[in-house]
Ligand binder design. Structure first.
Ligand SMILES: Cc1cc2nc3c(=O)[nH]c(=O)nc-3n(C[C@H](O)[C@H](O)[C@H](O)COP(=O)(O)O)c2cc1C
Length: 313
């Protein structure tokens, strides 16, 4: 596959990035995407720096491919940024004003820096803060959504506004959509929902089964799952909003992180991992319009090959 400004920057073989997706995009999934030639990503909010360090060391031992760490600004721990700098090829942020001090930490360790944005103004601010690439996210995206316009509008305005590589995100679930993003000028594509249904993802089987069964029309942009992350619109399967509202207890289940088991509150942003115990259908089932492309649970490498199959060499 031909190189792009994104593959040149990051050093991966293929212009496809796994979206950082909290606990669902674990070391297994990041390693599988990196092994397949894409950019694997970890995004682990709420973990202490030594745990992130151990995860990055494990990832480095599992793949010779490229990987990065994604940080959500509302939950930022600067110690984690410092630990990731130099250990990950890429450091990237989302959901907050671009910050030159954070970008400098990435560059000091030799990591590339990126920011996921929802508008040209935010992309310009990211480049002014020193970012080496930006991700233009459209409202079709699964998970939290930054902007208010469709991918095709955001991508065009971001490409016009900045000179750094631009990765397209949001609703890209088929080889046709991915080819269209490159035809529109993207230097890379960022894929979330399709990888929630990867065999390696740490997603509950009920979550994956509901993605397989759903179409784009079954998703909704909402602020329903706001208990621990208020005022932040996100796209989920509508059925999860209905199930959460109908749930008659304040706790919908529990998840285990390492040696810690924590309750999951009704309408919390926390996702149902494989070992979630409780009513998984009533947790935040994040999904983008790209859910149309989810037909079955597949190995990540198969998803990478399928999505890039129509991109001209
Ligand atoms: C389950 C899930 C969790 C997500 N978590 C994060 C995150 O932690 N950080 C982030 O930058 N984006 C996150 N996103 C948004 C993605 O970065 C990306 O914009 C989105 O997945 C693209 O749309 P798609 O799902 O249609 O491929 C998440 C998306 C999903 C589906």
């Amino acid at each position: 596959m031909a190189s792009t400004r994104f593959t040149d920057l990051v050093g991966c073989e293929k212009p496809l990035q796994l979206a950082g997706m909290g606990i669902v995009a674990n070391v297994d999934l990041a390693a599988a995407v990196a092994d397949a030639g894409g950019l694997g990503m970890l995004a682990l909010p709420d973990i202490p720096a030594p745990v992130l360090e151990a995860g990055l060391d494990e990832l480095a031992s599992r793949t010779s491919g490229r990987f990065g760490v994604n940080f959500l600004m509302p939950f930022l721990d600067v110690d984690c940024v410092k630990v990731a700098s130099g250990r990950a090829h890429v450091l990237e942020w989302f959901y907050g004003d671009p910050d030159p001090a954070l970008v400098a930490i990435a560059h000091d360790g030799g990591s590339a820096a990126g920011w996921q944005v929802g508008s040209a103004a935010e992309a310009t601010a990211a480049v002014e803060a020193g970012c080496d690439y930006v991700v233009a996210q459209g409202i079709e995206a699964g998970g939290h959504v930054r902007g208010t316009a469709s991918l095709w509008a955001v991508l065009g305005e971001v490409l016009d506004a900045v000179d750094v590589p631009v990765v397209a995100a949001g609703g890209l679930g088929t080889a046709r959509a991915v080819a269209a993003a490159f035809a529109a000028g993207a230097d890379g594509v960022r894929i979330g929902t399709r990888f929630v249904a990867a065999a390696e993802a740490d997603a509950h089987p009920d979550y994956q089964a509901r993605l397989v069964a759903a179409t784009a029309a079954d998703t909704e942009l909402t602020t329903a799952f706001s208990v621990d992350w208020p005022d932040a619109p996100h796209r989920v399967l509508r059925s999860s909003i209905e199930a959460a509202l109908a749930h008659d207890e304040e706790i919908v289940g529990e998840v285990t992180f390492g040696d810690m088991t924590v309750p999951v509150e009704r309408l919390s942003a926390v996702m149902a991992t494989r070992d979630f115990r409780g009513d998984a259908a009533a947790t935040a089932l994040y999904a983008g319009h790209s859910v149309d492309g989810v037909r079955r649970v597949q190995p990540a490498a198969e998803i990478v090959a399928e999505l890039l199959s129509l991109v001209p060499a």
